[in-house]
Ligand binder design. Structure first.
Ligand SMILES: Nc1nc2c(ncn2[C@@H]2O[C@H](COP(=O)(O)OP(=O)(O)OP(=O)(O)O)[C@@H](O)[C@H]2O)c(=O)[nH]1
Length: 367
């Protein structure tokens, strides 16, 4: 049986197996098998867990447009950035990923236009797989649909899920430490409502893990446990962009608003330039930026040109951005501001910075 056929067979079985206490373990095993097969398939197609596509990261953050062909991604990209992607009134005008830079409130945001993903892209049909690999490296994913195709959203989400992209989730708080012998021990700090110990062990066994200490600190699902075992998942926030609102009636727009009320979304028209500022603002806010003022040793901080970094950035991220040798030659850093325990605190590369911190980086003198 070919991989694709086997995947279909297991998906079918999962669909037809009702979830309850008695089937939990079986379902867990099936899901583990399915995840392994998808991984194998992604490997064969050269996508998935790979390191992406020939797009160099530049700017302060990267945003990827994902959507079906002809929803207007190229048009939006052109209006938001300085890039000139070809726009055509036919499907698949975008044959390779075209990055552009969008400047907003001092941040330079790299925007990638990916070829339209289609059903089955994650299984290698169309040009989807390599594109999805590039999307994995984004800091924010824009799910683009047009006013008449909201039903594409779950399809796109499934494609992304299948290549290991987890939207709007945090990495599960689970530690698995393998050992030589002693079997599997499971410790939990919260009650688990989706998994019992037998299922956890069955899933681990499916991955040939027979000896390990497992610590679970949140109420995870089988899928989340599998994600931790696979280890190559990426966790990226998303924003829904509904395009071509110029074609819809007030009534239709209200319906769309209602359907999307529980998730971040923006309604726009690329072509008619409606709500594009709102979209830029939403992109900027969802990414979340902080300003860092650099202070050369023994001098005053530079308040005129702050460094723009993503929220959660560390001293290491700053070093990487400034110069490729900084991490290697790093001695220590000093911080003043919200993240510092006291003004001028000495910190290492892993120190997490806060908005408006002042930072001095001390590096070894080059020989
Ligand atoms: N009415 C209307 N048409 C639009 C809008 N934005 C784009 N279009 C049209 O939709 C068609 C497809 O636009 P593209 O920007 O090429 O779409 P794409 O998503 O990049 O398509 P692929 O390159 O095939 O993936 C073109 O004819 C555009 O002129 C819009 O806001 N309103």
């Amino acid at each position: 049986m070919g991989i694709e056929e086997e995947i279909r067979r297991i998906e079918e079985e999962l669909k037809n197996t009702p979830y309850n206490k008695a089937t939990q373990k079986h379902i867990g095993r099936l899901k583990a098998k399915l995840a392994k097969l998808r991984e194998e398939q992604n490997r064969q197609r050269g996508g998935g867990g790979g390191h992406g596509y020939a797009v160099k990261k530049s700017g302060d953050a990267t945003v990827a447009f994902v959507g079906f062909p002809s929803v207007g991604k190229s048009t939006l990209l052109n209006k938001l950035t300085n890039a000139h992607s070809e726009v055509g009134a036919y499907a698949f005008t975008t044959l390779k990923i075209v990055p552009g830079i969008m400047e907003y409130k001092g941040a330079k945001i790299q925007v990638l236009d990916a070829p339209g993903i289609i059903t089955g892209a994650s299984s290698g049909k169309g040009r989807g797989t390599e594109v999805l690999a590039a999307v994995r490296s984004a800091d924010l994913i824009l799910l683009v649909v047009d006013v008449f195709s909201l039903e594409h959203l779950p399809v796109i989400e499934k494609e992304l899920f299948n290549v290991g992209i987890r939207l709007d989730q945090q990495p599960p708080d689970v530690k698995i430490v393998r050992k030589e012998r002693g079997g599997i021990t499971v410790n939990t700090t919260v009650p688990l409502t989706h998994l019992d110990e037998e299922t956890i062990v069955a899933i681990l066994n499916e991955y040939k893990i027979h000896n390990a200490d497992v610590v679970i600190r949140e109420d995870i699902t089988a899928d989340q446990l599998i994600d931790v075992i696979m280890g190559n998942r990426v966790y990226i926030p998303s924003l829904v962009v509904v395009n071509k609102i110029d074609l819809a009636t007030e009534e239709q727009l209200k319906e769309i608003e209602e359907k999307l009320k529980d998730r971040p979304h923006v309604l726009v028209s690329g072509h008619k330039e409606i709500n594009l500022d709102k979209l830029k603002e939403a992109i900027y806010n969802t990414l979340g930026f902080i300003k860092i003022y650099l202070k050369p040793q023994g001098k005053k901080p530079d308040f005129d040109e702050p460094l723009i970094m993503l929220r959660g950035s560390t001293v290491r991220d700053v070093c990487n951005k400034l110069h490729r040798d900084f991490v290697e030659n790093f001695r220590y850093a000093q911080v003043w501001g919200k993240s510092a325990k006291h003004p001028g605190q000495r910190v290492g590369l892993d120190h997490v910075l806060e908005d408006e911190d002042i930072l001095t980086i001390v590096i070894k003198r080059s020989k």
